[in-house]
Design a protein. Structure first.
Length: 409
């Protein structure tokens, strides 16, 4: 069992990679901030403060508003109330809610939902799947196909939003495994090399549960826990930093689950494509339960800890009976045609690179591309995070360096 006693740290980088990062242009890097949150319905007191705080939280030298918010326990109208909060914070029309597929069904507790930043993310599609009945799934799984704005098909990724059957006991564990198998069947069918993020309220008590083992089993759609925190999560102080329910011991609104912070119910799991240091990638050290740094009392209110300001912790306690799980992902810049040295501009230096590599890496067609685009400059991606200070840039640029290696693979 891996004991988690503090927040995940950034993984050390090889010396060769660090040297490369120091030479790379930080201004071209982008970042996605993705959160999953079971809000137990729509907007209520404290939620706006939480969303704002997530947007200004600095992790690995970066802070930015959410790009994607995966939700659970939603109806269409409830999602729209949360959407209104985000657009009030950042401007009318900045965020949009994904439509709910007409075949999505629930046996209770609402459906998953999704809100995305229209300046940084394009929604390509949404589907619902899974058999919903009293012995199978409690509600449909929703799968969204997304792409960062300004990027091509090679940057597309899938985000699954799930709310698995709640409660302990073998029958509930069996139903959770039915849901997990449906997800794996769908994900396996997409094939090897697919970038996918599994988000939601999984209602798991430990990593030995069949559903969790199904999700992490080998195969084309195998997923991984970015913080590799396997064990018996329930009421174990070793896992305080990944616990997500409940932020309160006293009910503050109707239907709020109490009991204090002592369960890891909410997750973001990723396929290997997001861990290979190529293209869109998980940013090591960025996985966190928002507001939880492990200093709170086990089974106590989140306000007994120091994971955020007292005001934000109080807002988390009021807003829901789950804590959000927030993860940042690194995103290399879109390709600029003719920019052979990947410095963000097409100039004479690229001609030198072309000439050196002519006959091996490049041909006459590449020369014509360079000539046609001479003088072009990489535009900063709208809505993405600003460039970090150099120390943070060293960590951040890993993804942009390695992506060049496969451009002519």
């Amino acid at each position: 069992m891996l004991l988690v006693t503090e927040a995940p740290r950034t993984m050390p980088l090889p010396i060769r990679v660090v040297l490369l990062l120091l030479l790379a242009p930080t201004s071209l890097l982008a970042q996605l901030r993705i959160a999953t949150w079971n809000t137990n319905g729509g907007a209520r007191d404290g939620m706006s403060e939480v969303l704002s705080a997530i947007g200004i939280e600095e992790v690995n030298g970066f802070a930015k508003p959410l790009d994607v918010l995966s939700l659970q326990e939603q109806s269409g109208s409830e999602t729209n109330t949360i959407l209104a909060l985000l657009n009030h914070l950042y401007g009318a029309g900045v965020y949009a809610a994904a439509p709910t597929p007409i075949d999505a069904v629930t046996a209770g507790g609402g459906l998953p939902g999704l809100i995305y930043n229209t300046q940084t993310i394009d929604l390509l599609g949404a589907v619902a799947f899974g058999e919903v009945n009293t012995s199978a799934q409690a509600r449909s799984t929703l799968r969204y196909q997304l792409v960062p704005d300004g990027y091509g098909a090679d940057a597309e990724f899938y985000l699954y939003s799930n709310h698995y059957k709640a409660s302990s006991g073998s029958s509930n564990e069996a139903r959770r495994d039915v849901e997990a198998r449906a997800v794996r069947q769908d994900l396996d069918a997409l094939g090897e090399g697919v970038a996918a993020i599994l988000t939601g309220d999984f209602n798991l008590y430990d990593s030995a549960e069949p559903a969790y083992q199904t999700l992490l089993s080998s195969g084309p759609g195998q997923v991984f826990d970015p913080v590799d925190a396997a064990g018996d999560w329930h009421d174990d102080p070793a896992f305080k930093v990944v616990h997500t329910q409940s932020p309160t011991t006293t009910s503050l609104f109707g239907g709020q689950v109490t009991g204090g912070v002592d369960d890891r119910f909410d997750f973001q799991l990723v396929t290997g494509e997001l861990l290979d240091e190529v293209g869109l990638d998980y940013w090591p050290g960025s996985y966190r339960t928002f507001g939880n740094n492990g200093t709170h009392q086990l089974s106590g209110d989140i306000t007994t800890g120091t994971g955020a300001s007292p005001e934000v912790l109080a807002a988390l306690r009021m807003a829901s009976d789950h804590l959000p799980v927030v993860v940042d992902y690194l995103l290399p810049p879109p390709l600029l045609a003719g920019d052979f040295n990947q410095d963000g501009r097409v100039d004479s230096a690229d001609y030198s690179v072309w000439r050196t590599g002519f006959g091996v890496l490049y041909d006459h067609q590449d020369y014509e591309i360079w000539r046609a685009n001479f003088g072009a400059v990489q535009a900063a991606a709208s809505g993405y995070a600003a460039a970090p200070e150099p120390a943070a840039g060293v960590l951040l640029l890993l993804s942009s360096i390695v992506v060049g290696a496969r451009r002519r693979g």
